[in-house]
Write a protein that binds this ligand. Sequence first.
Ligand SMILES: [Zn+2]
Ligand SMILES: [Zn+2]
Length: 326
Amino acid sequence: MAQRTLEPGEIETLAQRDIPRIILPERGTLFPARAERLRALVEGNPIGGYLAMLALVVDAQQAELDGLTAVQLQALQQSALAQQPAAAADAGMPPLHAASVRRDAHWRVLLRSLCRRCAGHAGFPDAVGATLARVIEAPDDWLEGQADALLEVPGAPPVDVAAAPLVMAALQVYWLALGLAFRIEALAPMADAPGLCPLCGFQPVSSMVHAKAPHAAYRYLACGLCACQWHYVRVQCSRCGTAGKDIAYQSLTALDASADAIKAAPVRAETCEHCHGYRKILYEEFGPEVEPLADDLGTLALDILLGEQGYERASQNPLLWHPEQE
Ligand SMILES: [Zn+2]
Ligand SMILES: [Zn+2]
């Protein structure tokens, strides 16, 4: 049977129409899958101890999420949605903009409760125990300032690097809870800022090429805050938008492996010669268990390799802060 050949423009239009643009996280599975992946990455990892500890924090995140009653959840969502002026939605502003939403005080309840859960666990060293106690007892103002700092609110105080992963963990629970009010049909990647989360405006932690229908072979950026994923074309820098010959890929197998092995690495760095930045790209086809936040943390050696070559991380992992990043 004869078929008409599509012109490139037509192919693009068809592709745009058919690609599922948004993937939203599920309340019951995001954190458990992340915790399981963190645990799977512990053995032989230079920061294995940290990954094991974070897995406990992620368990606590799920416990906090499970602990929200339907009434609490609805109240949190309504208070955030009521702040969304129609004009902002029309202007393409993300509806749960991280730096603009006035957070309900309940996020601090989540934070202190999460810290108490962790404090009751034997898996944390003394230094972390001290940080947990410090966060539990910290004044509300200080916690709000720390949240502002992590969410890049202008004028925020410096980040407390020890407390940052805990504060961020609570913010992730809060934003995931808010995001549950949305359906994928209500969202689309932002035309003006395709590299930022269309739900909360935060930076992606990494990107992932999915292997399962209907997302197979498409690349999505994964939000470091609310865990929304949005479509982003492949072979294009998610930091500056440059595409084509300036984009290259590196993996930890690159130095001593065959080209086939490099192609089969489940985690690679997508580097850009235009902005000298990189972000990691995960391939579900080669690692069915990969998880955007966990696998980014689990491949710190790749960051070191790229740092030595002068490439800059496009954005940091929300659960790992270094003093020099203040
Ligand atoms: Zn987001
Ligand atoms: Zn770039």
